[in-house]
Design a protein around this ligand. Structure first.
Ligand code: SF4
Length: 190
């Protein structure tokens, strides 16, 4: 699938630029001389690069817009590129593939919160207003994925603008980080 996307000219995903010579780098480094970038030649290096931001802080959300710069992955084939991408952006290619085939399954925020148990059960009390604030802060400002899920199951799912050069990062249901943030909001209201 990735080979096909590259043939179509899709050379970006999130903050990563994809070269047609099996290379990956931060898209902000697209015009930086390769001799100035730290070279890695194995796909697992992506896992290390993605772990900490520029200041050395752990990145709990791999799709947060804080991927560090100054590295170059020079790999051997498109399969290795896809593997590296899975470390940078887990499941991104398969989610996009499912969307292209109209098979992407969407779960509303309420459904996700309703199935929470234990210390997260309290998130079921999140109001619609609080949901919107939470989505704006955590998803729109802090994440590169495009949200597909609505707040309630009876609402329309959202769509997105397709940039011809970019493989989109899709979000089919609220992640654990969002649920944890929802809990903080509800607990503060008590
Ligand atoms: S719910 Fe989706 S869009 Fe929001 S922060 Fe989590 S992964 Fe990103």
């Amino acid at each position: 699938m990735l080979a096909q996307l590259l043939t179509e000219g899709k050379n970006f995903i999130g903050e990563v630029a994809l070269g047609n010579n099996f290379s990956l780098r931060h898209r902000e480094d697209s015009n930086v001389d390769e001799s100035k970038l730290k070279l890695y030649q194995y796909p697992e290096a992506a896992r290390e690069i993605a772990r900490y931001d520029e200041k050395g802080n752990y990145r709990p959300l791999k799709t947060a817009p804080d991927l560090r710069r100054s590295w170059l992955l020079q790999l051997r084939n498109v399969e290795e590129m896809a593997l590296a991408l899975d470390f940078f952006y887990p499941a991104a290619l398969s989610l996009y593939g499912a969307w292209l085939q109209k098979k992407l399954e969407i779960t509303s925020l309420r459904e996700t919160l309703d199935r929470q148990t234990g210390m997260y059960r309290v998130t079921q009390k999140l109001s619609d207003n609080q949901s919107q604030l939470l989505i704006n802060k955590t998803c729109h400002e802090g994440c590169l994925r495009k949200i597909f899920w609505p707040v309630t199951a009876d609402q329309e799912t959202t769509t997105f603008f397709q940039d011809e050069q970019t493989i989109p990062l899709l979000c089919r249901e609220a992640c654990n980080l969002l649920v944890a943030e929802a809990r903080k909001i509800v607990k503060q209201e008590k």
